[in-house]
Design a protein around this ligand. Structure first.
Ligand SMILES: [Zn+2]
Length: 318
């Protein structure tokens, strides 16, 4: 099924648990690629993820579709600072001066002074920077606070417990809505599209850490949430099964990387191998979700991330 181009700009929202809303940001005109999430409390809204600046209209429309206004957002928490999750935070905060933001302390300096983040993204995306992500404005320093592991953020009067969950990125947190047992997992629970059974591990450079990621998977099991909410994109209740597959998938992706790169193959070959693997796992769902998967988690990025891990470990030539 082709993505619905008219979903762009209209904004859609779905209540996935009591007072928890998922908004499809329609990134790049594709449905089901990048989500943002609302928790509604007695004193206003908490927003989890902003998406990039290019999805601002859809985000605002999605909040309206959920029955609220963007002015009601008090606290914004991003799971990590990758552009598809947090690129729009600075511009949003400039336009809505009552918002306060929360970012992992390792990521926070790069949101306040984004020059390095923008430079490294530009090396990857080149002249597609603007059409993909739009403007990346600095987050006002006085209105952003570092998260602390296990703290409870009072988001519009609703408690979100913070869990440091490195692996996909060193500056990654997951957030538990304690009222409904909903765990917002950013990218640490992988990428899994609505109606599919298979979580794809997103492995972009620069700081994939497989051992840390496995500890984060163990932590998510220990938390024992009712559901996982993945930024790319949906909500799933088969928590143990999902996390088991993700853990196996990490090993499979790294094994494919060794298989291709150690004998001297390049990233292009590895990308093709990753794609063949993911297509086989998705089976009949492949065609329906490929556009969303490719927009959210292009596999050439994972090939490059795997390559970097193996280079750092000395398993392949620098
Ligand atoms: Zn990410």
């Amino acid at each position: 099924m082709a993505p619905e181009p008219d979903s762009r700009g209209t904004g859609t929202a779905q209540e996935i648990a009591d007072g928890v809303f998922a908004i499809d940001t329609g990134f790049q005109g594709v449905t089901g690629a990048i989500g943002a999430f609302l928790v509604a409390g007695p004193d206003g809204l908490g927003l989890i993820e902003t998406g990039p600046t290019t999805v601002r209209d859809q985000l605002v429309a999605g909040i309206a579709a959920a029955g609220f206004a963007i002015d009601d957002v008090r606290d914004v928490v991003v799971t990590h600072i990758h552009l598809d999750h947090a690129g729009g935070l600075g511009s949003l905060m400039c336009d809505y001066p009552r918002m306060q933001a929360w970012v992992h302390p390792v990521g926070l300096p790069h949101m306040v002074r984004p020059e390095k983040l923008i430079a490294s993204a530009t090396r990857i995306y080149g002249d597609r920077m603007d059409s993909l992500w739009g403007a990346f404005l600095p987050v006002p320093e006085s209105r952003v606070r570092p998260t602390e592991d296990r703290q409870v953020i009072n988001a519009g009067g609703r408690g979100l417990r913070v869990y440091d969950t490195p692996g996909h990125a060193s500056h990654h947190v997951a957030l538990l809505d304690e009222h409904t047992g909903t765990l917002f997992t950013g990218d640490v629970a992988g990428v899994r599209m609505a109606g599919t059974a298979f979580p794809v591990p997103p492995l972009p450079p620069p700081d994939i850490d497989v051992a840390a990621w496995k500890r984060s998977i163990a932590l998510m099991r220990e938390i024992g949430p009712e559901r996982l909410v993945l930024t790319h994109y949906s909500s799933f209740a088969d928590v143990d099964r999902h996390l088991g597959l993700l853990e196996e998938g990490l090993d499979t992706a790294m094994a494919l990387g060794r298989d291709v790169l150690i004998p001297g193959g390049d990233d292009e070959v590895l990308t093709a191998r990753l794609e063949a693997w993911v297509r086989a796992e998705l089976g009949d769902d492949t065609d329906r979700v490929w556009a969303a998967l490719d927009a959210a988690n292009p596999l050439f990025m994972s090939a490059s991330g795997i390559h970097r891990v193996l280079r750092k470990a000395g398993e392949v030539e620098p």
